[in-house]
Ligand binder design. Structure first.
Ligand code: ASP
Length: 417
C-alpha cells in the first residue's frame, strides 16, 4: 500500500506541475481564479494537518527517543554520531558553496545599480551581529514550554523535551508511567501521520500547482546565473555527496534511499518548510528501517539544527553580494562567512525563507550591507524549494547513519555478553 502511495505522490507532483503551468498561461480567466481558490484550500488542509501534529510529535518523539536510547545503552553514542554528522555535512556544504561561487563567479559583471531601488525600499530588521544572535537565542529559547508550544517555537520545545527525556533516564524507572504515556502518545501521533500521508498526493498536487501558477519565473532575470549556480551546487550536494556518505556510513544504497524518502523530499520541495515536512520525514526514515527511537531523536533535532542547503546558500549568496559590490573577500573573511553561515543555519527555523532572515548576520559579519538581501528576496521562494529538500534529506540520511553505528554497537555487545 505504501509503495502505491509513493507512486501516487509522484503522479500528484507531476500533474501539479503541469496543471500549475497551464493555469499560469490562462491566469486572467475565471477558471484560473476558481482553480487557484480551490488549490489554496487543498494545500492549506494538507499543510495545516502536518503543522497541527508538529509540536506534539516533536515533543513526544524526543522524550521517548532519549529515554529509549538510554535504555538500550546507545544514547551517548547516538548523540556523538548525530552531532558529528551535522557538523561534517554542513561543513562540506559550506565548502561546496564557496568553491562553486569562486569557480562560476556569479555577480561579477553585474551592475549593483540595477538593484538600487529594491535595496533602498527594503526595511532591514534589527542588526543581527553574532553577539546579538547568542543573546536573542538564549532569550527566545529558554522560555516557558507551554508558551513555546503555543507559539510553535520548535527549538525551545526540543530543548525542554531533551531535558525531560534526560530526567526520565536519571529517574531509573521512577517515572515509568510518564514514559509509557509519552510512548503511547508518540505512537498515536505516528498513526495520525500515517493517515495524513494518504492525503499527500492531493496536497502535493495542490502545492505544486499553486507554486507554478503564482511564481513569475521571469523575475530570475539578471539573477539567473546566481540561481543556477546555487541550485546546481545544492543538487550536487543532495545527489552526489549526501548519497555517497549514506552509502559508505549508513550502508543504504542511494536508489533505495530516494525511493523510500520520495514522499518527504517532494513535500519539502512543495512546502519549502523542513518543519512542516518533519512528520513525513520521520515516517520515511522509519520505512527505511531506522528504529523509531533513533528517528524520534535525530530527525526532529535535524529539522531544527541541520540545514546543509541553507548553509550552502548563505555562503554562496555572501560571495555573490561581495562580487556584485566589486569586493574581494580575503581568506579570513571567507572563513568568517563559513562560521556565521553555520550559526545562521543552526538558528534558522524550518519555515519558508527563514534562511534569508538569518543571512543578515552572515552579510554583516564581513561588513556587507544587510539591505543587500532585498536583491535576493524576490527569487527566494524558488531557491528555497531545492535547499529545503537537501535540508530534509540530510536529516533522514543522518538518522540512517546513526542507526547503522548504534546497531553495530548493539550486536557487538550482544556477542560479547
Ligand atoms: N526553508 C528552509 C527550511 O525549512 C529554511 C531556509 O529558508 O533556508 O528548511
Amino acid at each position: 500500500m505504501l509503495k502505491s502511495l509513493n507512486s501516487q505522490i509522484l503522479i500528484g507532483a507531476i500533474l501539479g506541475i503541469l496543471f500549475g503551468w497551464w493555469i499560469s498561461q490562462i491566469s486572467d480567466s475565471g477558471f484560473a481564479q476558481t482553480s487557484l481558490y480551490i488549490l489554496n484550500l487543498m494545500s492549506s488542509l494538507f499543510i495545516g494537518l502536518l503543522k497541527m501534529l508538529l509540536i506534539p510529535l516533536i515533543f513526544s518523539s524526543i522524550v521517548v527517543g532519549v529515554a529509549n536510547l538510554q535504555a538500550i545503552g546507545s544514547f551517548g553514542r547516538a548523540c556523538k554520531i548525530t552531532i558529528l554528522c551535522f557538523f561534517t555535512t554542513t561543513s562540506i556544504a559550506l565548502a561546496l558553496g564557496l568553491l562553486c561561487a569562486h569557480i562560476f563567479q556569479p555577480g561579477v559583471g553585474l551592475d549593483i545599480a540595477l538593484f538600487k531601488d529594491a535595496m533602498a525600499s527594503h526595511q532591514t530588521p534589527d542588526t543581527l551581529t553574532p553577539d546579538a544572535f547568542f543573546t536573542n537565542f538564549l532569550q527566545n529559547t529558554l522560555i516557558n514550554p507551554v508558551k513555546a508550544m503555543t507559539e510553535g517555537n520548535v527549538l525551545s520545545v526540543v530543548i525542554f523535551a531533551l531535558m525531560l527525556g534526560a530526567v526520565i533516564v536519571a529517574g531509573r524507572g521512577r517515572f515509568k508511567t510518564v514514559e509509557s504515556f509519552f510512548q503511547q502518545f508518540f505512537e498515536m501521533m505516528m498513526t495520525l501521520v500515517h493517515g495524513i500521508m494518504y492525503l499527500a498526493p492531493i496536497g502535493i498536487f495542490a502545492l505544486l500547482a499553486k507554486l507554478l501558477a503564482t511564481e513569475d519565473f521571469a523575475i530570475l532575470g539578471s539573477l539567473a546565473k546566481f540561481a543556477a549556480v546555487v541550485t546546481g551546487t545544492t543538487i550536487f550536494h543532495g545527489v552526489v555527496i549526501l548519497p555517497l556518505l549514506l552509502w559508505i556510513f549508513g550502508k543504504i544504497s542511494p536508489i533505495r534511499f530516494f525511493k523510500t524518502a520520495r514522499p518527504a523530499l517532494i513535500t519539502a520541495f512543495a512546502t519549502s518548510s523542513s518543519s512542516a515536512t518533519m512528520p513525513l520525514s520521520m515516517q520515511c526514515a522509519q520505512n527505511m528501517g531506522v528504529r523509531p527511537q533513533i528517528v524520534g531523536f535525530v530527525v526532529p533535532l535535524g529539522a531544527q539544527l541541520n540545514m546543509d542547503g541553507t548553509a550552502l546558500y548563505e555562503a554562496a549568496a555572501a560571495l555573490f553580494i561581495a562580487n556584485l559590490m566589486g569586493l574581494d573577500l580575503t581568506l579570513s573573511q571567507q572563513f568568517i562567512v563559513c562560521l556565521t553561515a553555520m550559526l545562521a543555519s543552526l538558528g534558522a527555523p524550518g519555515i519558508p525563507s527563514a534562511g534569508m532572515v538569518t543571512m543578515i548576520m552572515v552579510l554583516q559579519s564581513v561588513g556587507l550591507p544587510a539591505e543587500a538581501i532585498a536583491i535576493l528576496l524576490p527569487i527566494d521562494r524558488l531557491l528555497d524549494t531545492v535547499r529545503t529538500v537537501v535540508n530534509v534529506q540530510g536529516d533522514m540520511m543522518i538518522s540512517a547513519v546513526v542507526e547503522n553505528y548504534t546497531k553495530e554497537e548493539k550486536s557487538v555487545e550482544q556477542v560479547s555478553s
